[in-house]
Design a protein around this ligand. Structure first.
Ligand SMILES: CC(C)(COP(=O)(O)OP(=O)(O)OC[C@H]1O[C@@H](n2cnc3c(N)ncnc32)[C@H](O)[C@@H]1OP(=O)(O)O)[C@@H](O)C(=O)NCCC(=O)NCCS
Length: 169
């Protein structure tokens, strides 16, 4: 099911046919370096895909969506919205991962800005966050270009991260 479309990207629910592309994405250590809970095997990639196939099981309007490059028809990443509880507060994260061959073209920013508008508009959220490894400068740049500000440094069981946030104004 289609979730969003931008000038260059289509975001839709993942399907079983995406599994090889999703696994290939996670086989790149430059992709998983700053994603501590990324799938590490084909079986884990399948689990993640099944978890998000119809949206997030507990919050179907959220989830990680297949991100398709419209011009080539290629699956080039997974982007979407995730739910977390951080310091006792329920938060919604804008998540983005784009295959390395497509980096530096503004595609993550294009996806993130569209997801932000979808979350603040049709979904009715009033606050969004990004959880970013302190060393992940490109991701922090995308968060800032989406309108987020650095809120605080946090630590959880997966390690240290920076919380970026924005509120609907
Ligand atoms: C983070 C990621 C999604 C960015 O994808 P992308 O499509 O290349 O992003 P964009 O082209 O929209 O923007 C990247 C920005 O980071 C900047 N950037 C790239 N490398 C950088 C660096 N080493 N230091 C600072 N900024 C950097 C780019 O210049 C660009 O900003 P600009 O448009 O102002 O020049 C991609 O690198 C990725 O998938 N990384 C692995 C997965 C990941 O870490 N996801 C985020 C988890 S929080």
């Amino acid at each position: 099911m289609k979730i969003l479309e931008t000038e260059r990207l289509l975001l839709r629910h993942q399907t079983a046919d995406d599994l090889d592309s999703l696994y290939a994405l996670y086989c790149d250590p430059d992709i998983t370096r700053y994603i501590p809970d990324a799938p590490r095997s084909y079986a884990e990639a399948r689990q993640e895909l099944e978890w998000h196939q119809h949206g997030h099981p507990r919050h179907p309007e959220l989830g990680l969506w297949a991100t398709v490059h419209k011009e080539s028809g290629q699956f080039i990443g997974r982007c979407g919205l995730l739910s977390w509880t951080i310091d006792g507060v329920d938060e919604v994260e804008v998540a983005y991962t784009i295959a390395k061959a497509y980096w530096g073209q503004g595609l993550a920013t294009e996806a993130a800005q569209a997801i932000r508008d979808y979350a603040f508009g049709p979904l009715g959220f009033s606050r969004l966050v990004c959880l970013i490894d302190p060393a992940n400068a490109p991701s922090a740049r995308v968060a800032k270009k989406m309108g987020m500000y650095f809120e605080k440094a946090c630590v959880d069981k997966m390690g240290a991260f920076h919380l970026y946030a924005m509120e609907l104004t």
